[in-house]
Design a protein around this ligand. Structure first.
Ligand code: GLA
Length: 383
């Protein structure tokens, strides 16, 4: 779906002027499930976006939204909570959260579509929230900054979709810059743009097409386990506010006071916060083999301690480990399906894709989908 097609479809349904916006999905090099633990993340916005054609329809409080790729549409009043489709919740969530900030949101007509793969761990939901938040902010002159818009998207997901996500995805979608990763400190919300030129290495995304249907309930459970761990430790160390403040030694002190499950979840997060720092130091000196090794360690943690992987992802990562030229690989995003992200010597990329795909097919009977991505800019107005 391209801008031209979306605007054409908009014009066949609605009258009047319109504007066009886009917001991207994201990849994440390392730092998984660290955002809601006040740790760091290292995502980058990608050149796969959701585009939105929109006009404010000043004479009503009706929201008309067409999800072009899905062939679905809704016409709802602005205050409703009843929707026919899951995707509408994200949009109503953005509108609702903007209203909570005191913004007056009138009705609007809109058509959206895009090429962020759904359910692949590339944050199509954050792209959707960001594009609507960004567009309404611009068209209505709300004067919110990108940080406030990221919070609006995150809270839409908490309150309207029921996923207590962190801020990584919305932040990347709004703050992304071409060829740069965002190193975000999720405690202070300070961030640094890190140039990313892997030169002789390529990023390869292999999509298992396993949809992460378990993800939302299991995601919230992981978050609850981390909070449980923090509350046990904070009973003695009251300076501890999140797992960011906990060292492995400190955690070990409480091993008998928490369930093995809580212990494993906390152990993973503390390790991952540390790995991200090491990966950033390595990136500073273009030491990609260290970044890659840390990615493999992250996968081990996500598989064995955080338990958010699945066999399809594990087979791909295991294959990469034994492949000369694949210097790092891991599952990406919330888990339970979606993609692996691998760092592969550019000259061996095509062969790696072919061999991994054959291995995957021999195990599961179908081929994984390959996604080509570049690190690109965040949300913007196109027209
Ligand atoms: C999902 C959430 C993010 C983050 C990742 C895991 O994408 O939306 O906030 O927690 O999972 O790193």
């Amino acid at each position: 779906m391209n801008t031209e097609q979306l605007t054409k479809d908009f014009k066949t349904r609605f009258k009047g002027d319109y504007a066009v916006f886009s917001a991207p999905g994201r990849i994440n090099i390392i730092g998984e499930h660290t955002d809601y633990n006040n740790g760091f993340v290292l995502p980058g916005a990608i050149d796969k976006t959701i585009e939105l054609v929109i006009r404010i329809n000043h004479n009503s409080n009706i929201i008309n939204v067409v999800a072009n790729d899905l062939n679905e549409e809704e016409s709802i009043t602005i205050d409703t909570t009843q929707t026919n489709y899951h995707w509408t919740k994200y949009i109503l969530g953005v509108v609702g959260e903007l209203k909570k900030l005191g913004c007056n949101i009138p009705g609007f007509d809109s058509v959206f579509g895009g090429n962020v793969p759904l359910g692949s761990g590339m944050s199509s939901s954050a792209a959707l929230e960001s594009v609507f938040g960004f567009a309404l902010n611009e068209l209505l002159g709300l004067n919110l900054n990108r940080f406030q818009l990221a919070k609006v998207g995150q809270m839409a997901e908490h309150h309207y979709v029921g996923v207590r996500c962190g801020i990584m995805d919305q932040f990347a979608s709004l703050f992304g810059e071409e060829d740069k990763l965002v190193k975000l400190d999720c405690r202070s919300l300070e961030y640094e743009m890190i140039p990313f030129h892997p030169d002789k290495y390529s990023i390869v995304l292999l999509d298992t097409k396993v949809s992460h249907s378990l993800a939302s309930s299991e995601y919230n459970k992981r978050r609850a386990s981390c909070e449980k761990g923090v509350s046990i430790i904070a009973a003695k160390y009251n300076q501890v506010k999140s797992l960011r403040d906990v060292s492995i030694d400190m955690l070990e002190e409480f091993i008998d006071e928490m369930s093995i499950e809580t212990y494993k979840r906390c152990l993973y997060v503390i390790g991952e916060i540390d790995r991200l720092q090491k990966a950033c130091e390595a990136l500073n000196i273009n030491d990609f083999s260290t970044v890659g090794r840390l990615m493999y360690e992250t996968h081990d943690g996500l598989q064995l301690l955080y338990e958010v992987s699945c066999k399809e992802l594990d087979v791909l990562v295991q294959f990469a480990k034994g492949y000369n030229g694949a210097i790092g690989s891991r599952m990406m995003g919330g888990g339970f399906g979606g993609c692996t992200i691998s760092l592969v010597e550019a000259v061996k990329k095509q062969y790696f894709i072919k061999q991994s795909s054959l291995k995957f097919k021999s195990e599961f009977g179908y081929l994984p989908v390959v996604h080509e991505v570049k690190i690109a800019d965040g949300a913007k107005r196109i027209l």
